[in-house]
Design a protein around this ligand. Structure first.
Ligand SMILES: [Zn+2]
Length: 294
């Protein structure tokens, strides 16, 4: 096999794999006269496999409400960077772990993390974990960055109305297969009725998300410094999972030296975790009461 390239490609791989193999063959054929001996092995995902679900921690009682905590970024996606090389992905993980520990110490709700180490997850995988675990609340933790050194403080984002029609359509398509949206059976209903049900469900989820956001601000007063405009709405992909209330918290600006110092301080993180944990517990206590009433 001297001077040849052996290309090994697994069977049953999707078109992208065949394309990749074809490109490698073209590269091999167009390579200069000297080519070293080696084997190119291409390990390809099937594209259909779902990632494994994380463990659920806390009280062993499955009727207890469940919050999924999402530490933003991770792995090859570092997120934003601070002036002294701080990485957002490490700050979000530290904050998420502090929040988990606080919730577990309180023992009122069950907790699952989308990641508890430095690994990459696609955005859809994050909200997908919450959906698959049938979580009651999804909280994604990030740290902001801005060109302006004056930008400081935490912000709570919920999903905006803008673009919600496309989301409604997508949810409707997906949920038509699953037959329910938030427990409402859709089987046999027309697309128009389905769209109305999904739209109502989304509105309710948006309201509950905003109520949670307001609680984060209330519980955080004194412990967390908030941005001057701390409650905002945006079309975050990670929040486009309106089967459950969700929010994205930017804990502070990694680009601000003051905020970066706070974010790196375990005592500050504890205060942040306490405030957010309290907002989560109040929200989920209300959820439990609401679902317990016939
Ligand atoms: Zn981020």
């Amino acid at each position: 096999m001297k001077g040849r390239v052996l290309i090994a490609v697994g069977l049953g791989v999707p078109l992208a794999a065949v394309t990749a193999a074809a490109m490698l063959i073209v590269l091999a054929l167009s390579a200069p006269a000297y080519v070293p001996d080696y084997v190119v092995r291409i390990v390809l995902p099937t594209g259909t496999a779902e990632i494994g679900l994380p463990k659920v921690e806390g009280p062993p009682d499955a009727s207890r409400p469940l919050v999924v905590i999402d530490a933003g970024h991770g792995g090859h996606d570092p997120g934003a960077s601070g002036q002294h090389g701080e990485k957002e992905k490490m700050i979000t993980l530290a904050l998420a772990l502090a929040l988990r520990d606080t919730l577990l110490a309180d023992g009122r709700v069950r907790v699952a993390m989308t990641r508890d180490d430095d690994r990459f997850l696609a955005l859809e995988e994050r909200s997908g974990i919450a959906r698959r675990l049938k979580a009651d609340l999804f909280v994604s933790i990030h740290a902001d960055a801005s060109e302006s050194p004056d930008a400081t403080g935490a912000t709570v984002y919920t999903l905006s109305d803008r673009g919600s029609d496309a989301v409604a359509d997508a949810v409707a398509r997906r949920e038509n297969k699953a037959d329910t949206v938030n427990g409402v059976k859709l089987g046999g209903k027309s697309d128009a009725v389905t769209a109305i049900l999904v739209s109502l469900s989304q509105r309710e989820m948006r309201e509950r998300s905003k109520t949670f956001g307001a609680l984060v601000l209330r519980e955080g007063t004194g412990a967390v410094r908030f941005h001057t405009d701390p409650e905002r709405e945006a079309a975050f992909v990670v929040l486009k999972s309106l089967d459950l209330p969700s929010a994205l918290i930017e804990a502070g600006y990694i680009s601000s030296p003051d905020d970066a110092r706070a974010l790196a301080n375990p005592a500050w993180r504890k205060g942040f975790a306490k405030a957010v944990a309290s907002a989560i517990e109040i929200t989920l206590a209300r959820t439990t009461v609401a679902t317990a009433v016939p």
